[in-house]
Design a binder for this molecule. Structure first.
Ligand code: 2BA
Length: 108
């Protein structure tokens, strides 16, 4: 068994989870926060058989869009610690996926 951890954008999470459920995948959704943007995203934990990893990845790929966005970061550039916002262009995934080995799995 593997543990697939997918970090996706909140906007994509409902449709993604609907399709995963329809295809009989089990999952847990966690509300998470990206370290860079400090904005909410969604982390989905899925314990799945190794043979179904390609199917899960394909569903994630089909339902999670990458989006261009502009955000304001703050820099301290002025005497007296004044904060100057400056725009930064980003492409936010799609999905960031980690696949881990599961040592054991117990349902009681
Ligand atoms: P955030 O950390 O909020 O990052 C949002 C987007 O900001 C990233 O999109 C990337 O385009 C940009 N970004 C992140 N760190 C950056 C940096 N040091 N310099 C310049 N730009 C930066 P994604 O790469 O698609 O990541 C989306 C979310 O996936 C991340 O949200 C984070 O929650 C998660 N993530 C990505 N890589 C990860 C990793 N190696 N470990 C854990 N979580 C990760």
């Amino acid at each position: 068994m593997k543990m697939l951890i997918a970090i996706v954008q909140d906007q994509d999470s409902h449709i993604l989870m609907d399709e995963l459920s329809e295809r009989d995948f089990r999952m847990t959704k966690l509300a998470s926060t990206g370290g860079f943007l400090k904005a909410g995203n969604t982390t989905i934990l899925m314990g799945i058989d190794e043979a179904r990893i390609p199917e899960a990845l394909s569903i994630i790929e089909n339902n999670c869009k990458s989006r261009d966005m502009t955000t304001s970061l703050m820099s301290v550039t002025m005497p007296g610690d004044a904060y100057i916002p400056y725009p930064v262009e980003l492409k936010v995934g799609g999905a960031t996926v980690f696949i881990l080995d599961v040592e054991s799995f117990v349902r009681i």
